[in-house]
Each structure stands twice: as structure tokens, then as C-alpha cells.
Ligand binder design. Sequence first.
Ligand code: ADP
Ligand code: ZN
Length: 622
Amino acid sequence: MTAPADLAPLTVADGRIAEVLARWWGFETLRPLQAEAIRAALACRDSLLVMPTGGGKSLCYQLPPLVDGGTDVVISPLVALMKDQVDSLEAIGYPAAALHGALDSPERARIRDRLAAGELRLLFAAPERLVNTGLLDLLARVGVRRFAVDEAHCISQWGHDFRPEYRQLALLRERFPAAGIHAFTATATPRVRDDIVAQLGLRDPALLVGTFDRPNLVYRVVPRTDRGGQVEQILGRHRGEASIVYCISRRETEQLAGRLAATGLLAEPYHAGLDPDRRHRTQEAFAREAIDVVVATVAFGMGIDRSNVRLVLHTGLPKSLEAYQQETGRAGRDGLAAECVLLYSSADVFSWEALVRKSAAESDLEPRQQEALVNAQLEHLHAMRRYAQAARCRHAALSEYFGQRYEPATCGACDVCLGETASMAAGTVTAQKILSCVARVGGRFGVRHVAEVLRGARTDGIARHRHDALSTFGLLADLDQRTVENLVHQLLDQELLARTGGDRPVVTLNDRSWEVLRGAREVVLLEPRSGRVRTTRTEADDWQDVDRDLFERLRRWRRRIAEARGKPAWTIFDDKSLRSIARDRPASPAALLRCRGIGEKRLADFGAAILDIVAGREPADA
Ligand code: ADP
Ligand code: ZN
């Protein structure tokens, strides 16, 4: 690691950096690692910057070419990502373009002309387009000095998102021996990091690794009992705000989106099975703030840059903490408080296990490789499960998983530290009732049946097996079915109960169950009810002195501009900037220029309209 920014001597370039930052972006300071990364870029020293989503990686490759006036190239895996970035850059007057397959040939030719004329500061391209279209020759002719490889973990098969076409980037080092190569990723594991350095052939790179903790995110894990009802309740805390609800199956996204739409929410489903046109429209509507909620499978993600997502809600368990970190990373990219809730049931662990085994068995891999694949995936899954079921600080657990110490004794921003989780009054007794019911039905039935017996339900199965005659029949009649099933799953999670594999898994007792039944072991069960939530410090601070009514008026105006221009709303202005205006209530252009996010271009484009809105007048059309 290089020395922290505040110890490094200031140079003339630093003055230029500050000037460019204020003039184009309206930002006051760089974050420490940004300064390091930008200095490395300007010195043409290779670098690898590892920062969590929202950490501010893009600025590190956007700023340098404005300082030294060259054209830099950004390699990005997805067209959607490139387009969003170009839109954001155009909003501040930054000359950038993306070359991709969705352009027609006159459009492509125009971009190549601008490139040849030296008009562009940044050119975005996907790796396959970069190496297979003669583009490299053109880049060599215009004298490109820097390449930024975004989402660089895609080059590593140890990462969670390997893309073979990234491997071709190895030839950049050969073709451009004098150029700086700068890699950017949010994936922190040392193995992936080393792989990136090796594959890209980075020379003595500056290794810049940021902190993984996202203090503005509030993490909560809630026992899942009534999916639909819980989702409605949690979304109720975010009326009118952007939310992403992740589901495991496609069918679920459609059902849930339908249910939410029926309650008056602006919600749409999104999954890979919908036709591309509809997917595209949903994504655009979300970007322009025409809808608030997207109910999606993980297919919705990469390329969603909306920075003011205030809630990411998982209705099912992600397959790994890497995936969870990435999906929740889409919340609060603007640095304002946002909530990440996981509705947890260990039933999902079993479904994933079955799926992992099935897909390995159906692959063309050899048995040995299949086994290795299954084991690796189960390891990820079980790390995810441990996170969900542990009653310890979520920020600490996530940081440690990604190899970083978490110093604060309490984060003040997770369900555990906020004291929102509650244990059941009679945990041990309830566990004993459940376990003795499993003993009575003879270890031949699944979770649902056991729960039905405990609740005293009148089902065909119970009648057929005469389980209504058992002494445990109706022992938990005061609880509902989902609650009892959740309690059984909590026992499975704590390995106080076992479950067989296969198509029709049954629950059985193990040694630990008997310890509980004998009274030799205490059991803590979480109250399977959600609802209690506390306001965090960040949430309160974010709204400190903000005129909420003015903020809403600014947002409505932003939505109109976004509609009119057909651009994502946050590329016009992010929420943090709007709140800064709604806090300071500037009355003159000079005062407006002091607000966050206002540089020269935005002042010229929108200054008059914003001052009108602040003064309570109808804004002049922009
Ligand atoms: P990443 O690419 O690492 O996910 P982004 O580049 O999208 O992160 O930046 C996340 C947010 O932080 C954006 O809203 C961006 O405008 C803001 N940001 C980045 N750098 C700064 C800075 N130096 N000062 C203020 N805001 C910043
Ligand atoms: Zn905590």
C-alpha cells in the first residue's frame, strides 16, 4: 500500500485536480483513495483500486484526462453501464462516448471521427469490441496513454462474475507498453486481486484497497414468516422512494409486483424471461423515477446506477455474501442512509443446496470437478447462512468476511446493534415442544407437516396418520402456520434438528435435540415478527435542516427534466445535491455554486430554474 493521501506531499497537479473537481463536478474534496488513484494515473503508474460499490471509483478514471488533456479508454463489461456513465458525464458537459454493438454504423463512424480529432476525453468500450475491431490501431494512432479496466474482477475465474472475453485484455500490455493500466473492482478477496494483477500484466502497481464497510447502509435480517405481508410493511417505510425487491424465482417477482401494484405502489417485475423490450422499459422508467419499486431476480443489477435507491429488500437468501454485498451495494450510492433487509428462512438454504447439486450433476464436468464445484458453492452458501442466523453486528460480520477488521464496538446501523431483534420469552420450552413432536411423528415427515401437527390443523395427512391423537397435537395452536414453520427452521439452523436431503426431505432428531429434550441445553429462538425499527444517526443527520417540501419540489422538477431529456434522473442531479440545496436555500448564483454538485455547467443549465424553485416561483423552462 502507498502512503495515505494526507502524508503525501502536495504537487502542482494537486492544484489542477482540485480546480477540475470543483469546476466540472462541483465537489470540494477527493476521498483519500481517489487522490491516490488519480495521482497514480497522472504519473502513468499502473494501479489496482479496490473499493466497494459507491466508493467513487469512476471519478478516478474520469478526472485524469481532463487534467492532462488526452483521450483515455475505459473497458466496461456492459452496454447499460457505459450508457449510464456517458449520460452522467454529458450532464456536466464532459466529452465522452461509448462504442458498442447497439449503435448503427454512421453513429460508430462519428465516434471514431471525434476520437481521431482528439475531441473525446473518455472512450468506453467492451473488451471484445476493443480487441476485435481494429480499434486498437486507431487508439495507437491517437496516442492513448491510459486504459481503465472497470469491473476488473471479471478477468478472474475466482471472482463471482468471470467473463472469458476479459482475458483478451492481456494484450494491452504488449500493444501499449508505455501506457498506464488501471484496474478497478469492488471484489476484495486477495486471490482475485492477485489474479487481476497477473492477468493484466500490471507493473509494480499501486495497490489501493479501500474499506469495505458502508456506514450509510442499515442492515437488517428478519425471520421470514409472511413474505408478501412483510414486503408490504417494509416498503411502507419507503413510500415514494426507490426500492429494489429481490426474489429467487421469476414467478415470484410477477406475483409480488402484481400484489404491490394492487396496493397502489408504482411497481414492476423484472427478470430474464420477460421480453427485452419490456425489461428495457422497466429499467428506463426506474431510472427516470417514473416507477419506485422493481421486483426482480438477480438479472436486475449490473447497469442499475440509480444512486438514490433507499431500500434493497431480499425476499430469499442470496447464494453468497459476495452476491449479497453486490446487490445491497446498489442501495445508497449517493452516500445517504439506505436500508438493506433480508427476509430469512433456512428453507432457502435447502433449496439452494439441491439446486447446486443438480446443476453440477447436469454439467459436462468430470465427477472430481463437479465435486469441487459443489463444495466451493456450498462454502459460499454456508457463509451466507451464518451471516443471516448470527446475532452479531452485521457491519462487523461483513467487513470481516471481506478480510477487514471492523473497529467500532457498535455500528449503530444494524438490527443487532440497534437492539431490534427480540428473543422469544419461552425459547427452550417452545423448542422442546417442537422436538418432541418430531420424535412422535417418527422422523418421517417434513417441516410443514410437523408444523401442522403442532398447530392442531385438520389436514388429510394428519387424519390418515392419526396424528391428531398425538400428545403434541395442537401444542402451539396459538401460533400461525408460518410462524411455527419459521421456528422449526430456526432449530434446523442451529443444528438442534436435522433434515435429510433428497426430493422429499424429512426432519429428524440428532444428539443435540436430545440434549434439549433432556433439559441439558438452553435454546434461544428469535421472535418471528418484524416491525420494530429504530431511526439511525445517519438517517437523522441526512435530513438535518433539510426543507423537505423544497426537496420534494426539486425532485418533481428533476423528474420533469429527466422525462423531457429521456435521461436517468440521477444523472441530472443526485439526491445529495438536491438536499444540499434544500438545506442552504441559496438566493444567488454565487450561493448556489457553493452547494454540493453544482459546477459551472449545471449552474449555466439549471441555475435560474433552481433559484426560482427555491424562491417559490414556477421555474423557467430549462
Ligand atoms: P463506484 O463506481 O465506486 O460504485 P461511483 O463512482 O458511482 O462509485 O460514485 C458513487 C457516488 O459518490 C456518486 O454519486 C458520486 O457522484 C459520488 N462521489 C464520488 N466521488 C466524490 C467526491 N470526491 N465528492 C463527493 N461525491 C463523490
Ligand atoms: Zn451493528
